[in-house]
Design a protein around this ligand. Structure first.
Ligand SMILES: Cc1ncc(C[n+]2csc(CCOP(=O)(O)OP(=O)(O)O)c2C)c(N)n1
Ligand SMILES: [Mg+2]
Length: 554
């Protein structure tokens, strides 16, 4: 059977279980999606097309691959705009498949922008389909890269989507994806150190979530009686009501990072960026680095022992080894849980206090506290924006299930929260989905709000409306780090609930703390009928949150 490349790609996507594709016009594969009955989620710009697919891969931990298409080829406006989304996916390690038009053979000199070079800087693998009959080969390679090893985006450029090939010559079979188990000698060495350590700490990264290893993490932590911190992107990998959970950030996390003599890192790059901890006094600590491959071993900090392999297999092997060595008794330690509770109570005290604040304008922590009260934390999804909402929510929001909260941002591109909330609704239609944003994130998402109405996506956007880019403004207890660049029109000047209400959203504007819970309840109820909601909470600027540790400058 002779078919065209676009049709071949779409049929393979169907074989790979892809149920929909996010897009922004135009990519020459799109008409085949239409013909073959694969729904397209039409976003309102190319960057959001990437971001929704990216977030879908993250939220499903790569078990369902997000796929997007956007304009490419010569003078690829769409691709240039999509670059921001791909850069974020690459930096955050998200296994998203991006399909775009390729520059046709013979046209590579027609534009200034070097497409292939640009794409290679933001992808785990970039494929260029230079012959139509290579369609199954490149798709096999793409899904191998997406489902195996360290997660990252794959970009496929199709220079001639109407070229034809024989579909039967190289029949496509879905790609399973492969994992590896660690070397037993490395596991033994790690356990030797772990059982000797006086103050070990587990440092869990997003690899735990991608490996589906949350239960295994809990089992190991309990067996060895070791406190756990998670990275921002791994928030929720460990149940945050567990007695051994220390936190993501805040004074209690700083305390444990400082006092630890051994860090058992699992599924994390241990590469301090803007939104992660460094390891203080690393040279005086033993760092055991369990990771999917060697990329991050001996990178920023000296690795004492590396354990290379899938996080789930690694956690299981560590647990088995500890169990064998200790006849199932685990590691003896004092009352670790009581110490963790005391440190958490102390570290969180000032946030817990303002979570009950009656002040007006509303303290943002009051909104977060009330949000936690209203949501079923085992059946909901919350994400933050870039700005104070990330810093504050990642300090206090209790996450009880993996991906009950999506923390994002090695690169944290403003506006991603809406894409994440959409992807969460697509992944788990029965879960409540909430994006918490400031004015900057809202500005990025405004054009895309129409998508929620068209697609009947019952999502709530919570706006912490404080009239400025608060993190940069005059600080709560000081001058702020960039007070000249923070002021925008605020709730006294513009009523965003009217603006967004005119689009067709259910909207409310809330100025009184006592009204937060009823307003949230109304919005979430309305969401169940597929209608999106926006609530503007008139808040004070309150840039207070837990800090990252060991990074030198702030
Ligand atoms: C695309 C992009 N550009 C710039 C930034 C840097 N940035 C981070 S937060 C922020 C402003 C946040 O202000 P707002 O949304 O009002 O939130 P607030 O801190 O007041 O809660 C900016 C400009 C970014 N994260 N993404
Ligand atoms: Mg703001």
């Amino acid at each position: 059977m002779t078919i065209d490349v676009a049709t071949g790609i779409v049929r393979i996507l169907k074989q790979e279980g892809v149920g929909w594709v996010s897009t922004f016009p135009v990519c020459r594969v799109n008409n085949a999606l239409g013909r073959e009955g694969v729904p397209m989620l039409m976003m309102r710009d190319d960057r959001y097309a990437v971001a929704v697919a990216d977030a879908f891969s993250r939220i499903t931990a790569g078990s369902r691959i997000g796929v997007c298409t956007f304009q490419g080829g010569v003078n690829a406006a769409g691709m240039q705009y999509a670059y921001a989304g791909m850069a974020q996916a690459y930096e955050d390690g998200s296994p998203v498949l991006c399909i775009t038009d390729g520059v046709p053979a013979g046209a590579s000199g027609n534009s200034q922008y070097d497409v292939a070079s640009a794409m290679k800087t933001v992808s785990k693998w970039f494929g260029y389909l230079d012959r139509p009959e290579r369609t199954p080969e490149l798709m096999r390679r793409a899904f191998t890269m997406l489902r195996s090893g360290r997660p990252g985006p794959v970009i496929l450029a199709i220079p001639n989507a109407t070229a034809t090939y024989d579909e039967t010559a190289d029949p496509y079979r879905p790609v399973k994806g492969w994992k590896s188990a660690p070397d037993p000698a490395d596991v033994r060495a790690a356990v030797d150190e772990l059982l000797e350590a006086r103050n070990p700490l587990i440092y869990a990264g997003e690899g735990v979530i991608y490996a589906g290893a949350s239960e295994d993490l809990k089992a190991l932590a309990e067996l060895v009686n070791v406190p756990v911190i998670t990275t921002l992107k791994a928030k929720g990998a460990f149940p945050e009501n567990h007695p051994l959970f220390v936190g993501v950030r805040g004074d209690q996390v700083a305390h444990y990072l400082n006092k630890s003599d051994l860090i058992l890192a699992i599924g994390s790059s241990l590469s301090p960026g803007r939104f992660s901890h460094g390891i203080p006094d690393a040279a005086k600590k033993t760092i055991i680095h369990c990771n999917v491959d060697e990329l991050h071993i001996n990178k920023m900090f000296p690795t004492a022992h590396a354990v290379i392999g899938d996080a789930r297999f690694t956690l299981q092997a560590l647990r088995q080894e500890v169990s064998d060595r200790t006849s199932g008794a685990g590691r003896k330690a004092g009352d670790v849980a009581a110490e963790v509770k005391a440190a958490r109570d102390q570290g969180l005290a000032r946030y817990r206090q303002v979570m009950n604040s009656d002040e007006t304008p509303i303290n943002p922590y009051r909104v977060y506290g009330d949000l936690m009260e209203v949501l079923d934390l085992k059946n909901s999804f919350v994400t933050h924006e870039s700005g104070n909402t990330r810093d504050q929510l990642s300090t206090v929001f209790d996450t009880l299930i993996p991906r009950g909260f999506l923390g994002w941002g090695n690169v944290s591109t403003l506006g991603f929260s809406l894409a994440a909330a959409i992807a969460a609704k697509k992944a788990f239609p029965d879960r409540t989905s909430v994006a918490v944003t400031g004015e900057a994130g809202l500005g990025y998402m405004l054009g895309n709000l129409e998508v929620l109405l068209r697609e009947k996506l019952g999502i709530t956007v919570v706006h912490i409306s404080n009239g400025g880019f608060a993190g940069y403004g005059p600080g709560f207890w000081g001058p702020g780090h960039d007070p000249f660049t923070h002021r925008v029109l605020g709730p006294d000047d513009v009523d965003m609930s009217k603006v967004i209400g005119s689009l067709g959203f259910h909207t409310e504007r809330v100025s009184e703390p006592a009204e937060i819970i009823p307003a949230l309840r109304r919005a979430l109820e309305i969401n169940t009928s597929g209608r999106p909601a926006y609530i503007e909470f008139v808040c004070c600027q309150y840039p207070v949150y837990g800090q990252w540790v060991g990074r030198g400058e702030g």
